[in-house]
Design a binder for this molecule. Structure first.
Ligand SMILES: [Zn+2]
Length: 90
């Protein structure tokens, strides 16, 4: 834990947690553009599981129906909100 000076009391207080901003990809007329600039026409995006591993979107398969992974950077994308929900594990 890191500490900062409380501006009101002058005493020490725990530093507030650093919250990473939520990233989201961009949808254009030409398709998705990832934060890393990958597009559907370069490395592409593929259905994945919650760990970012590519999976086949079969009827009885484990795909949740919303998660795609960017093949270039491994960001996991919710196709309904286009928000980045995670990063594929190395
Ligand atoms: Zn990407």
């Amino acid at each position: 834990m890191t500490w900062v000076r409380n501006p009101t009391t002058g005493g020490a207080m725990p530093a507030p947690p650093v919250v990473a901003p939520i990233e989201s990809i961009t949808e254009t007329a030409g398709g998705w553009v990832c934060v890393c600039r990958n597009t559907e026409h370069s490395s592409g995006f593929y259905p994945c599981d919650e760990s970012g591993a590519e999976i086949e979107p079969t009827i009885d398969g484990p795909w949740d129906g919303v998660s795609y992974v960017c093949a270039a950077c491994g960001r996991i994308i919710d196709q309904n909100t286009l928000k980045v929900t995670g990063r594929a594990k190395e």
